[in-house]
Design a protein around this ligand. Structure first.
Ligand SMILES: Cc1cc2nc3c(=O)[nH]c(=O)nc-3n(C[C@H](O)[C@H](O)[C@H](O)COP(=O)(O)O)c2cc1C
Length: 444
């Protein structure tokens, strides 16, 4: 999970390790996360809410409220959050979470949040090993979207030795960064950015993408063998939907050229449907000039059958050889067209060309590359050949890694920069990475 920009609600319950959640808050902020805090009454006896309010620059949600607090903090805070972290989690709140008791801010937020929840237990070893705590933790592990962090063994604050220590704040941050928590396992992916029907973000001048247009390619292509058979791949189009939603919610006009795919685009996004790579190529090239950013996310077939039969190929029980020819490379043709436009624009400024349309010399072009091995070499080589400004390197998540299918390993590889390590996250995280890159370039 990429913590930059993530909204994290930190639930603090009353154990001796409360002081460590101050450090955790600071570490999360250093990673770019925005943190708000709710506390149980017992927690406030260990560290004053003023400390958390000062660090988070926001009133803390307390049982008796605060003067500044809004009346529906128990709903507002958890709804606002991308992640609910309970650190430290006492035996008491763990019991409440497991049994559905919600009589303090931390347990209330646990019940009313719909985002992933991560709980870091901390208590004395005898408490940790008690049948009640063991049973309650087991119950919580079974809650969809809830993760219970391991409690390391070692010396405890009470002087005893055993399991029950709080996982160190730096370890929690490291764990979060490597975790794919965006979508609870086996749960359907939530809509990337639900946009109310009566709100058109492209009209909002305060949004960073206002006045810009992005052209996206999406889905897969189908290359006909005969009228009923084709060559294709398994792309679902979900990444493109996340991209379209994120760009649209940030004020971009979004136009998509989409091959066959199952996922649906949000209203407000203009979609042109195509079938084959050549159709996608033509549709993209004819729309290229008006786009400020072009993101090639479609899984385009590299090859197509040299000849598509006019009628269904009969089963003759003999060997059949399919001759394949390469499809046009849409990404490379886009970067070549941009280079030639920019060259002509230079010439027109010196009076050598009669161009009549306004040209966007800052057009940003981002490609996608799916790699299974030698990530760094392959990505750098592909980026160089493509002429794109960046490549979103996408690596499949191992099927036995325990992560849901909606999570991906990815890295944005930029020209003349070292390949960053692969991050694990949801498709919205990936889409936000591409959005931020495009905004940075467009505003440069
Ligand atoms: C000095 C002290 C340290 C405590 N440390 C812990 C602890 O680490 N873990 C825990 O579960 N309870 C601990 N307790 C007990 C809790 O504070 C107590 O169960 C309280 O009711 C928890 O309330 P809360 O869950 O609403 O925050 C401690 C109590 C005291 C007095």
């Amino acid at each position: 999970m990429n913590l930059a920009g993530k909204k994290i609600l930190l639930g603090v319950s009353g154990g001796i390790a409360v002081y460590k959640s101050c450090e955790l808050l600071r570490l999360l902020q250093k990673k770019g996360a925005v943190v708000r805090v709710c506390m149980t009454e017992a927690a406030t006896e260990f560290v004053a809410p003023l400390t958390f309010a000062s660090l988070s620059k926001c009133p803390v949600y307390l049982k008796n409220g605060t003067v500044e607090a809004r009346p529906f903090q128990h709903i507002d805070f958890p709804r606002w959050a991308d992640l609910y972290l309970v650190v430290p989690a006492t035996a008491n709140v763990i019991g409440k979470f497991a049994c559905g008791i919600a009589d303090d801010p931390v347990s209330l937020c646990f019940m009313s949040c719909t985002c992933p929840r991560v709980i870091a237990p901390a208590m004395n070893v005898a408490m940790y090993n008690s049948p009640a705590v063991k049973r309650n933790l087991e119950i919580l592990r079974g809650f969809e979207g809830t993760t219970v962090l391991e409690s390391p063994a070692g010396e405890l604050a009470c002087g005893e030795v055993g399991q029950g220590r709080l996982m160190e704040p730096a370890e929690i941050v490291k764990w979060l960064e490597g975790a794919a928590l965006c979508h609870p396992r086996n749960a359907p992916e939530p809509p990337a950015f639900p946009v109310a029907q009566d709100i058109d973000p492209t009209l909002d001048e305060t949004l960073p993408g206002h006045g810009h247009k992005v052209l996206l390619t999406a889905g897969r292509t189908e290359e006909a063998i005969d009228p009923v058979r084709y060559i294709s791949n398994r792309s679902s189009g979900k990444t493109a939907v996340a991209l379209a939603s994120v760009f649209y919610a940030n004020g971009f006009e979004v136009e998509v050229v989409a091959g066959p795919m199952e996922a649906a685009f949000p209203g407000g996004v203009k979609v042109t449907r195509v079938q084959s790579a050549r159709e996608m190529h033509d549709a993209v090239m004819s729309r290229l000039e008006s786009a400020d950013a072009v993101v090639h996310c479609a899984a385009v077939a590299d090859y197509r059958p040299a000849h598509a039969a006019d009628s269904k190929i009969k089963d003759s029980r003999s060997q059949l050889v399919l001759e394949l020819v390469p499809n046009p490379n849409i990404l490379r043709d886009c970067t070549a067209a941009r280079a030639s436009r920019n060259q002509n624009a230079g010439a027109s400024r010196t009076g050598e060309s009669g161009l009549s349309h306004p040209l966007n010399r800052n057009q940003v072009i981002v490609g996608f590359a799916l790699e299974t091995d030698h990530f760094e070499e392959h990505a750098a080589e592909k980026l160089e050949k493509s002429g794109a400004d960046a490549l979103l390197l996408n690596a499949p998540v191992a099927s036995d890694s325990g992560f849901g299918h909606d999570c991906v390993r990815y890295a944005l590889v930029e020209k003349d920069k070292p390949v960053p390590p692969l991050a694990m996250g949801g498709k919205v995280d990936l889409a936000e990475t591409v959005l931020n890159f495009c905004l940075e370039r467009l505003n440069a």
